[in-house]
Ligand binder design. Structure first.
Ligand SMILES: [Zn+2]
Length: 296
């Protein structure tokens, strides 16, 4: 079973946990770490011969085009994380269209390849922003991987479908959705997908959860991480709230070793490979599981 390995390529200061204290107008003056930390990531993948999907922020691609080309030349999928890392809740339809179109164009121009996948900053495709799937479909994206079917203080659609499916959008378009992985236990839906959870929970939990998804539910796991999670030396933003700092900094020193072990035990591929199965190309009759309003 192929699982999807995905990375959201952004600077440490783009992370939502720090957004309350680091303003976008300050970004240009902060130390850039994304090239070195992404290269560390590329080395790990190269050593284990694994290809992945890189959802790259347009803001980063514009400043570091050589990094985008390097990722592409190593056979990874180039996908889009928007331009300015603004959560969709803070945008109207027109602003979102502008943000994703600008980012898609930058990435396609730099990488010389078409970009079909999108992941929203901070998984901000939530119930009240499901209209965004229309915008994404109109902008030429074939799949989205932004819905976290869990209850969480910042994001999530509790009760949304847990596995890849096609969505017919309210505007009549169609887009594939790859929700981030969850596990169901009696009375609970838990995240297994990556980020802070990957760093906080024991590796044994992540392994158990992926095995359960693959063997019992016959579904791929969809894992996400960020380059700053491989950079324990990154500058500390001391003015952030305690909870935000915990989320951002917990166990950064273990991410690399944990990922290596995971790559040795499971089989991973870019999301595009899973998308290119007939079902998601749209060649089989549409099996639309959800509508944008409501999705579940
Ligand atoms: Zn992000």
């Amino acid at each position: 079973m192929k699982n999807a390995l995905t990375f959201d390529i952004e600077e440490y200061f783009h992370a939502e946990a720090l957004s309350g204290v680091v303003r976008p107008e300050d970004w240009s003056g902060l130390e850039s770490r994304v090239v070195d930390s992404t290269r560390r990531l590329l080395d790990i993948l190269d050593r284990e011969q694994v290809r992945a999907t890189f959802f790259i922020l347009g803001w980063v691609a514009e400043r570091h085009p050589a990094l985008v080309r390097e990722i592409e030349s190593l056979g990874h999928e180039i996908a889009c994380h928007g331009y300015a890392h603004r959560m969709i809740q803070h945008l109207n339809r027109h602003e979102l269209a502008e943000d994703v179109t600008r980012a898609k164009k930058v990435l396609e121009d730099v990488a010389g390849t078409s970009v079909i996948g999108y992941r929203a900053p901070t998984f901000s495709v939530v119930r009240e922003t499901l209209w965004s799937l229309d915008v994404l479909s109109e902008a030429g994206f074939r799949y989205d991987s932004s819905i976290f079917p869990v209850r969480h203080d910042r994001y999530g659609i509790p009760g949304a479908p847990r596995f890849p499916h096609r969505v017919r959008t309210a505007g009549g378009g169609e887009i594939a959705e790859f929700p981030l992985s969850t596990i169901c236990l009696p009375g609970w839906r838990l995240q297994v997908a990556g980020g802070g959870y990957f760093r906080l929970f024991p590796l044994a939990w992540t392994r158990w959860a992926i095995r359960r998804l693959n063997e019992r539910e016959r579904q791929p796991a969809i894992i996400y991480l960020h380059p700053w999670e491989f950079d324990p030396q990154q500058p500390r933003v001391t003015s952030a709230a305690l909870r935000s700092k915990f989320r951002h900094y917990v166990n950064l020193q273990h991410t690399e070793a944990r990922l290596r072990k995971l790559l040795q035990q499971f089989s991973f591929a870019p999301l595009q490979d899973i998308f290119s199965d007939q079902f998601f190309r749209g060649e089989s009759p549409p099996r639309v599981v959800g509508r944008t309003e409501p999705i579940a």
